[in-house]
Write a protein that binds this ligand. Structure first.
Ligand code: DGL
Length: 270
């Protein structure tokens, strides 16, 4: 098989990276996508740095064993904690979700006041502020961990009164700083867009890291001449380290289309 016909590999701590797959499928419909979700060990966002790094290496090696042409680290927690280590240790192209989101935020902000929300681990690394400042050193950045958002979305409560109250509580300090741009720095947050918009108001621009990443992946495939020449729609295949009972319903909400070809990878994570 020509290298351009190999699948794009995407991994995440669980189901959330399917928002990245959704964005990739919209922008690159002819590509095959092979997804790995570490559903046996999710969440990563509450874990220590070393554990996240260990898991990230295993996830990457799993996708390499499936012969992918490029890896997208769909998880913001892994992208902010372990991307540099992955880039240092593996030779195939690897893209995280952080830089595309950071770049878009740095370019969008008019008042140079950007908010970043993510898991506790992502916010602790300070990676988003560092990346945003690489693109625009004038920007003031206000970060907020929102650990309750992930379980809320997984419960299907993203458009409820509880979600609005939670968003109000988390976003209040950022809105008090008069941010004009807000980075949705977690795989689950695109599903909260409507709720966050209601709380933050129309004048705050929401940056969806998943969409921005898909654009960067497309550019990279063009630059490396790895775009699939296929004319028909690409397939997708999902490997999981565990298949929880509620997986399919949840996954279809994230992906926005019916899901098939789910496979549990027996030897992983052990
Ligand atoms: N995928 C994670 C992220 O984007 C959220 C879920 C988790 O904590 O593992 O940060």
């Amino acid at each position: 098989m020509g290298i351009d016909l190999k699948p794009i590999g995407v991994f995440d701590s669980g189901v959330g990276g399917l928002t990245v797959v959704k964005a990739l499928r919209e922008l690159l419909p002819h590509e095959d996508i092979l997804y790995f979700g570490d559903t046996a060990r999710v969440p990563y966002g509450t874990k220590s740095t070393q554990t996240i790094i260990n898991f990230a290496r295993e996830d990457t090696e799993f996708l390499i064993s499936k012969d992918v042409k490029l890896i997208v680290v769909g998880c913001n927690t892994v992208s902010s904690t372990a991307l540099e280590i992955l880039l240092d240790n593996y030779s195939l192209p690897i893209i995280g979700v952080l830089e595309p989101g950071a770049k878009a935020a740095a370019l969008h902000t008019r008042k140079n006041k950007v908010g970043v929300i993510g898991t506790t681990a992502t916010i602790k690394t300070n990676s988003y502020p560092q990346k945003i400042r690489n693109f625009n050193s004038e920007v003031m950045i206000f970060s907020q961990a929102c650990p309750l958002f992930v379980p809320l979305v997984e419960e299907g409560w993203e458009n409820t009164e509880i979600a609005i109250l939670t968003a109000r509580q988390y976003l209040a300090p950022l809105l008090a700083q008069k941010i004009d741009t807000l980075v949705l720095g977690c795989t689950h947050y695109p599903l909260l867009k409507e709720t966050i918009k209601r709380v933050a108001g129309n004048e705050v621009e929401l940056i969806d890291s998943a969409e921005q990443t898909a654009r960067q992946v497309k550019q990279l495939l063009v630059d490396l001449q790895l775009i699939s020449p296929r004319q028909n729609r690409g397939s997708h295949k999902f490997y999981l380290s565990d298949i929880p009972p509620n997986f399919v319903g949840m996954a279809e909400r994230f992906l926005g289309e019916p899901i098939s070809h789910i496979q549990r990878e027996g030897n992983f994570p052990g």
